[in-house]
Design a protein around this ligand. Structure first.
Ligand SMILES: Cc1ncc(COP(=O)(O)O)c(C=O)c1O
Length: 390
């Protein structure tokens, strides 16, 4: 089925920031799930999607969840983080990277981001970390790796567990390793804004076998249902205070269709990213913008295309021009350390000047699997004109 953005890309049609698209056999697989009669969590399609994701993570155990937020909450519960513990998170991230840990009583410590990676700054982390910090949660922003080895080194000085929030980075690599395989755990998002989608969905990737049993019990409503399904016990009983974190098999079937289209999706996103980047790199200095860089040898997951425009006022005026041209460009995260909840939940006042600056200057261009080259060129024309004029 050809989605509308590719069918009609007339010069006046608005260009949306995001558009979820069918990329392969999603609907046929959903029908197969319904015919098969297993629509709840942990069914045959969940096993298939989990196996594909496990292969992409060097054989780690993968548990599908209802969202990346749920996966982060499951990680927090698996590690039994709560009152008295501190969790270090970047200030430049989505609120649930932090709230997943705060909701069970852990305090937050906000860490600034590195201006190149826009992921957690390992130098600021090393400066801020102490024995109270039990977990550290770096984000691979836009699907480009954070300085994950240096973050892990800083975390290891106090024995803190690293959980990679890899909502953006499925299939990205860093120094030859898949993103999400360096920390003890990582989390994925299949929300409709991500590269691989099923409406709402996520996964917890568990790299330490010792954590698997507890995570499975917590996911299955606190019961040892999975042991029962495998024939390891003759009845299942209540073991822990868990919750209902598992993804419906109907959505797992949809996700399976998306994962089957992995090469097509990554190829399209990489082509779009490079189209934007190549066009803008020749004019970046003249127009006062900074473009994202993917280091030699790394592979981005090509989740989004962002640029920094010097000055918040100028960024906002450029955004307004793009909107007037029908182009759905947008800003991104607002600093968590100075947000109302962030101030309440942090264990100390944080200074995150890079986060403050990036939040003011960042602009994201329309980016999705079916954005046509002609539409990307319209975005570039409009952006270049706006940058020349404001
Ligand atoms: C870095 C990051 N972590 C977590 C999330 C939450 O993902 P979900 O919507 O799947 O809960 C997002 C959402 O965009 C995100 O950007």
């Amino acid at each position: 089925m050809m989605p509308s953005d590719e069918r009609r890309s007339s010069a006046s049609e608005p260009i949306r920031f995001n558009r979820p698209s069918l990329m392969g056999r999603e609907l046929a697989l959903v029908a197969e799930a319904m015919d098969g009669g297993w629509t709840a969590a942990a069914g045959p399609f969940s096993r298939r999607a989990e196996a594909a994701l496990s292969d992409a993570h060097d054989g780690a155990t993968v548990l599908l969840t209802t969202s990346c937020t749920a996966a982060l909450e499951l990680a927090a519960a698996t590690l039994d983080l709560g009152p008295g513990d501190v969790v270090a998170v970047p200030s430049f991230t989505f609120p649930t990277t932090a709230s997943a840990f705060a909701r069970n009583g852990a305090a937050l410590r906000f860490i600034d981001v590195d201006p190149d990676t826009l992921g957690m700054d390992p130098v600021h982390l090393a400066d801020q970390i102490d024995e109270r910090v039990k977990a550290v949660v770096p984000v691979h922003y836009a699907g480009r790796a954070a300085s994950i080895e240096a973050v892990c080194d800083a975390a290891s000085t106090v024995g803190a567990t690293v959980i990679e929030d890899n909502a953006h980075g499925l299939f990205g690599t860093h120094n030859g390793r898949p993103l999400g395989t360096t920390g003890a755990m990582s989390t994925l998002s299949f929300h409709e804004t991500k590269n691989f989608i099923c409406g709402e969905g996520g996964a917890l990737v568990i790299n330490r076998p010792a954590d698997v049993d507890r995570a499975e019990i917590l996911l299955h409503k606190g019961t040892d249902r999975r042991r029962f399904d495998r024939g390891q016990v003759d009845k299942y009983t209540w073991q822990l205070t868990g919750s209902s974190f598992g993804l419906s098999d109907v959505l797992a079937a949809y996700l399976t269709g998306q994962l089957e289209a992995r090469d097509e999706i990554l190829g399209r996103r990489s082509a779009l990213w490079h189209r934007y980047r190549d066009a803008l790199s020749t004019v970046a200095d003249r127009l006062g913008i900074t473009l994202p860089v993917v280091p030699e040898g790394d592979t981005s997951a090509w989740h989004m295309f962002h640029l920094l425009i010097d000055g918040e006022h100028r960024r906002n005026r450029v955004l307004a021009r793009l909107h007037a041209d029908g182009i759905g460009a947008t800003f991104h995260y607002q600093p968590l350390h100075s947000s109302p909840a962030g101030r309440r939940l942090a264990d100390r006042t944080a200074h995150c000047p890079v986060t403050d600056r990036v939040a003011d200057q960042l602009l994201r261009l329309p980016f999705h699997n079916r954005l046509a080259p002609a539409q990307a060129d319209r975005v570039l024309d409009s952006l270049t004109r706006a940058l020349e004029e404001v």
